[in-house]
Design a binder for this molecule. Structure first.
Ligand SMILES: *Cc1c(COP(=O)(O)O)cnc(C)c1O
Length: 436
């Protein structure tokens, strides 16, 4: 049955999560489908940041480490985040960047795996994992004389051999939105004595995650994507309590010390997850992240992550159906799995190579630019230019906290008009910028 704009409006009025949108300062005239890259500003954040700056820092100065409870903010935010990722209390801290936290957990996982079994000399990951994850793993391999093995998703099972120390995967693929079965892959790896590190950059706040049920070993994730913590927000890190007092992380700074204000010359790691802190923590950034997490706390009474997931799948189903109904015949394909169990909260469209201006490239970048000029913000991820299996991608994130069904309708209508009019072919949409 054909869907109409009116159907979409009706679905918005029936949406039990509709009120959550009021927590966000969405700019007028914008349909923001890039919350998977940089989440939207929570309305509470500017006043909270101003208070941290003017009162806590400006007036109370150094007293605020105690009076404003700055000192344990990384742990408190970790506890607030924990239910979103199926972690227990005192198992998560918010700190540093995803890249830095990955270095820490990968080092820790390698230490444990190789202490138990020194012949294990490999890290396995996915070839299309997000580059920083691969770069960090490559760096660690160089440093320690290990080998990084990159495979396609369908080759993961066969790659879990007795010489592998760590399997490092990102739960949701940033290019396609495809989601791994965390519990099944973790069990398969652990059956071979391999530890699993999961990157939740595109999962936390987007899909329900259950780290403890999946019995994962280590995990990290991003604060500025679906968690709406602001540009460069502190990331997070989790370790299975099984390893809690055994793991060692190489950035052994004083904030991870058992008693930092004893100022002893030797390092004694704090018990548990606190040892993942390195140096003095960024209070202004952490306070902004707290405003993002507060919205998830508010969503708890409306059904929490389960309700968000239901809405997210309804939004992505609708987008796929409308694109297929209304934008057929323009060289678009679907990179994201249709199967719900394998789909995250984003939809990635492909465009054929040679469909661009004068048969050059795919035109995907220009289509995204033309959409942005109309206020529909998605993003573009480059393919391999026809040399391999990866096509150029138009990427659209659907954050159920603030995206509605009418937004989806309007976004597809803009896409249809951009394609039908050929507007994307204008020269201004075909010039590349530094950040895509
Ligand atoms: C977004 C993302 C990152 C970001 O890392 P930064 O250290 O914040 O730059 C890392 N890994 C994955 C898989 C991501 O999607």
């Amino acid at each position: 049955m054909t869907i109409t704009l009116q159907d979409c409006r009706t679905r918005d009025t029936q949406d039990p999560l509709r009120s959550l949108r009021d927590h966000f300062a969405l700019p007028p005239g914008v349909i923001y489908l890039d919350g998977n890259s940089l989440g939207v500003l929570p309305k509470a954040a500017p006043a909270r940041i101003a208070d941290v700056v003017q009162r806590e820092w400006g007036t109370d100065l150094i007293k605020s480490w105690n009076t404003a409870r700055w000192f344990d903010l990384p742990q408190r935010l970790g506890n607030q985040l924990a239910p979103l990722i199926g972690a227990g209390q005192d198992q998560v801290v918010c700190t540093d960047s995803t890249s830095i936290n990955l270095y820490k957990v990968l080092s820790a996982a390698l230490n444990i795996a190789r202490e138990d079994s020194p012949a294990r000399k490999r890290i396995v990951s996915e070839r299309s994992n997000f580059p920083t994850d691969l770069y960090i793993a490559e760096g660690l391999c160089k440093e320690r004389g290990l080998e990084l093995v990159l495979v396609e998703p369908e080759e993961i099972a066969a790659s879990l051999t007795s010489d592998v120390a760590v399997l490092m995967l990102t739960h949701v693929n940033y290019r396609t939105g495809a989601m791994h079965d965390m519990a099944a892959i973790t069990a398969a790896a652990q059956a071979q004595g391999i530890l699993c590190v999961w990157d939740l950059a595109h999962s936390a706040g987007a899909v329900p995650v259950d780290l403890l049920s999946a019995n994962a070993d280590f995990s990290i994730g991003c604060g500025y994507k679906y968690l709406n913590g602001g540009p460069g927000a502190p990331a997070f890190v989790w370790v299975n309590p099984r390893h809690a007092n055994r793991f060692w992380q190489p950035l052994s700074g004083w904030w991870g010390h058992a008693a930092p204000f004893q100022f002893t010359p030797d390092y004694q790691p704090a018990p548990g997850i606190t040892r993942y802190l390195c140096g003095t923590q960024p209070m202004i950034s952490l306070s902004a992240l707290q405003c993002g997490l507060d919205v998830f706390t508010a969503a708890q009474s409306l059904g929490g992550m389960a309700a968000l997931r239901t809405k997210s799948l309804a939004l992505t189903d609708l987008f796929i159906q409308l694109v297929e109904e209304r934008c057929a015949g323009y060289g678009l394909g679907l990179a994201t799995p249709r199967e719900h169990a394998k789909r995250s909260s984003q939809v990635c469209l492909t465009r054929d190579e040679g469909a661009g201006v004068n048969g050059q490239g795919s035109g995907a970048y220009a289509i995204v630019q033309a959409l942005i000029a109309r206020g529909v913000i998605g993003d573009f991820r480059k393919g391999d230019g026809g040399k391999g299996p990866h096509k150029d991608i138009l990427r659209f994130g659907f954050t159920p906290l603030y995206i509605g069904f009418e937004d989806v309708w309007n976004a597809v209508e803009h896409l249809r008009q951009v394609l039908e009019s050929g507007e994307w072919q204008k020269p201004e949409f075909n010039q590349t910028h530094a950040v895509t």
